[in-house]
Design a protein around this ligand. Structure first.
Ligand SMILES: [Fe+2]
Length: 254
């Protein structure tokens, strides 16, 4: 967050919005975020803006944000395999990485939340009617905070692919949903992490809605032997940038 003596204003319809002394965050480069209207992704056709967007300058409300007390998250909430009496079915994995701001500085004490399907590709949600079994030992939700270097770590199982009704024989690639709270509301990020080498990525309308292919590749985690634990879990690295020149593309779907 920066404050300056710059005086700024913008027209929004017939309303004039004053942003005196506030310098906002940089906006994402064109193509690095999902297109609002990407017709192969059926759900966005109704909800995409039908009129040109209005540039709204950042105000104090956008460049500040909530500060979370660490005790709101149970200490072991980072481990999705230890939330029930037994261990969940599936390949145990470690997902770790760094959260950084647009200048490469660590996002300290950032709240990260994840949610995902179980190993069979089924969510614990009443609207998920996929013909696949629920796992009584897996809820698919986790939380943690980044440390002083912006690092985080989750232990979970590799989620399964699942069918969805977007088009005939449509299947989502395996993915983990991420929500990150940075230091401001502008830095709030909701995205999805994918797995390297997934053959479904090339035909997934959500992944393909990002025009900049280099930006889209940032959503694919890196398999990392150094993170893998012998005889116990495979390891993946997924770094997150909350803005700047190469931000992690946002997303917000099941
Ligand atoms: Fe999903």
């Amino acid at each position: 967050m920066t404050l300056s003596s710059k005086s700024d204003s913008a027209q929004s319809g017939d309303r004039k919005i004053s942003t005196s002394k506030i310098e906002g965050y940089r906006r994402p480069r064109a193509g690095t975020q999902p297109n609002h209207l990407h017709t192969p992704y059926a759900s966005c056709i109704k909800r995409a803006p039908s009129k040109p967007l209005i540039y709204v300058p950042h105000t104090l409300s956008e460049i500040t944000g909530p500060l979370f007390e660490k005790d709101i998250v149970p200490v072991k909430a980072y481990d999705l395999t230890r939330q029930h009496a037994g261990e969940p079915l599936g390949q145990r994995i470690i997902v770790t990485g760094r959260v950084m701001d647009e200048n490469g500085r660590p996002a300290r004490n950032a709240l990260i939340e994840v949610w995902q399907a179980n190993a069979a590709g089924r969510y614990v949600h009443k609207r998920d009617q996929h013909d696949a079994p629920l796992d009584p030992n897996f809820s698919g939700r986790g939380q943690t905070f980044t440390d002083s270097e912006g690092r985080y770590r989750f232990i979970t199982i590799r989620p399964g692919e699942y069918p969805w009704s977007n088009h005939y024989n449509a299947w989502r690639p395996a993915h983990i949903h991420f929500s990150v709270f940075g230091t401001s509301f502008v830095e709030r990020l909701i995205t999805q992490m994918y797995f390297p080498g997934d053959p479904l990525l090339v035909m997934d309308p959500i992944y393909q809605s990002i025009a900049d292919r280099r930006a889209a590749e940032l959503l694919v985690a890196r398999f990392d032997m150094a993170t893998t634990v012998e005889s116990w879990a495979l390891g993946y690295v997924f770094d997150i940038v909350l803005g700047g020149a190469v931000p992690t593309p946002v997303d917000g779907v099941k």
